[in-house]
Design a protein around this ligand. Sequence first.
Ligand SMILES: *[C@@H]1O[C@H](CO)[C@@H](O)[C@H](O)[C@H]1NC(C)=O
Ligand SMILES: *[C@@H]1O[C@H](CO)[C@@H](O)[C@H](O)[C@H]1NC(C)=O
Ligand SMILES: *[C@@H]1O[C@H](CO)[C@@H](O)[C@H](O)[C@H]1NC(C)=O
Ligand SMILES: *[C@@H]1O[C@H](CO)[C@@H](O)[C@H](O)[C@H]1NC(C)=O
Ligand SMILES: *[C@@H]1O[C@H](CO)[C@@H](O)[C@H](O)[C@H]1NC(C)=O
Length: 522
Amino acid sequence: MKKAGRNESGKKAMSRGGGAAVACLLLLPLLVLAVLKTDFMPQQLIHVGEASIAQDGDESSVPGGVEGAIWQPRQQQLVAKSKAAHDPVVEAPTSPNVVRANRDHKIKKGFLAMNGGMDGALIKSDGDVVAAPTRSKLSCNLSSYRTNMCAMQGDVRVHGKAATVYVVSASDDNRPDNGTITIRPYPRKWETPTMQLVREVTIRWRAPPGPGAPRCTVTYDVPAVVFSTGGYGVNIFHAITDIIIPLYNTAREYDGRVRLIATNYDRKWIAKYRHALSLISIYPIIDLDADNEVRCFPSAHVGTESHKELGIDSALSGKGYTMMGFRGLIRSAYSLKREWVTPINHGSKPRLVMVLRRNSRALTNEAQVVAAAAEVGFEVVAAGPEVVRDLGKFAETVNSCDVLVGVHGAGLTNMVFLPRNGTVLQIVPWGEMKWPAWTSYGEPVAPMGLRYAEYEVTAEETTLKDVYPRNHTVFTDPVSIHKQGFNMLWETFLNGQNLTLDVHRFTGVLQHIYQSLLPSHN
Ligand SMILES: *[C@@H]1O[C@H](CO)[C@@H](O)[C@H](O)[C@H]1NC(C)=O
Ligand SMILES: *[C@@H]1O[C@H](CO)[C@@H](O)[C@H](O)[C@H]1NC(C)=O
Ligand SMILES: *[C@@H]1O[C@H](CO)[C@@H](O)[C@H](O)[C@H]1NC(C)=O
Ligand SMILES: *[C@@H]1O[C@H](CO)[C@@H](O)[C@H](O)[C@H]1NC(C)=O
Ligand SMILES: *[C@@H]1O[C@H](CO)[C@@H](O)[C@H](O)[C@H]1NC(C)=O
């Protein structure tokens, strides 16, 4: 029986030599953010009229949570090429009264810049703020491992075609130079090739009014958030992790009254995720790339706030956001009926949806596995790619179910649609994949109010045995394959196998889950 509690499973996985070796191999250095927080934060806020540019200090290894992404498709080349960035934290000067207003607030909360001092007062713009350039303020946090973002307020002008955001400040400012910062507004900073797919946006501050910044052609009284629908957004794991959750973190506080501006504007992507997007902003999304308007805002964010894979770190959020809150938004965006899993009643069967992969990590005995689940007592929804494609409809299907089953892969992301107390059963392929499987689709489960179960296949259940002799390192020492680099790992264990489940053993796990749905267990 492989059902495991979250912590137990996590610890076990982490303490295994195999898992740890993979971790060391793949993890990238991380900046020590604590240093920034304690050493630089107060100075940055106190140095008024002077840009404080702080260099990052040490490097250290990444804590768990971010690596899961490495196990997603098309990222083979990423690991080798990526390197730790040594980005400065830039806090542009502002007018003294804005800084004072924000300072106590930020220091008390123990974080900075991610909220950009967006404490409300200036956001409820009344046009006066737009007209008062001395109030312009820019604060950027370029030190996060995942994302670069700038928050600005005052006189903000977005010129899409030039991919430039102007933060207009007073002409009598005592800094001689015009500052610029460039940001690729997609939170996967450590994956250089991914980031290459994202258009760069330039932020110019201290641009004087008049010739320094273009004239407004459209003026808004709501904030803007500049993000990207580029990157790896086609994969639902990345759509949710890299775009939707970060938009939620960044823009949800405006309660829909915020303009989303997309680089790499992808009409199909926007159509696919329109339900979720419509709850983040009540307005249509602006296509930045070809836009020749100069759109003026009282405040804006460039870049979105991202903490971890398929999750929100409430300690970093600073706004009290959680995955439970995010799931609430998803539930209303997709009009999902069931908030909770309900114990089995007389005459009704619990429902189980099985996400079926087709090209790799497919189940060769799919029909038998589906039949076994039905035998255990579940009403089974077999969901191949054609079913999963219509997201609005599939969200309802998943929500109508009590259990989501799938082999390690992006399809498990549909767990966000399950009702609370629903169960996610992850099938872990051969090759010491327990730890990476856990970090992407195990660890995020409990914070969503769901239960996690796992089924790890044995060497008998993989089609790799048709390709390699049993004395091959693929079987005797899978970790040595991991050590040969991500390409090798990807080709061998992620792309290179299908699974033939041991129906008897798998039935045992399903029975255990079925038992947990009986009224006595709730
Ligand atoms: C920048 O963001 C990181 C990650 O969210 C955070 O830990 C850090 O405290 C922030 N730095 C500053 C100077 O606000
Ligand atoms: C600052 O911007 C103004 C207007 O675009 C330009 O005339 C001036 O040369 C710039 N100064 C610097 C140092 O880039
Ligand atoms: C695996 O076993 C075969 C015989 O069954 C043998 O010829 C071969 O050398 C073995 N390979 C390794 C790597 O031990
Ligand atoms: C897995 O099965 C699919 C068909 O469902 C097939 O196209 C693919 O080549 C198989 N992959 C491996 C590695 O066996
Ligand atoms: C959810 O599951 C927990 C145990 O995992 C149980 O204590 C609780 O009563 C369940 N809640 C509902 C509403 O079923």
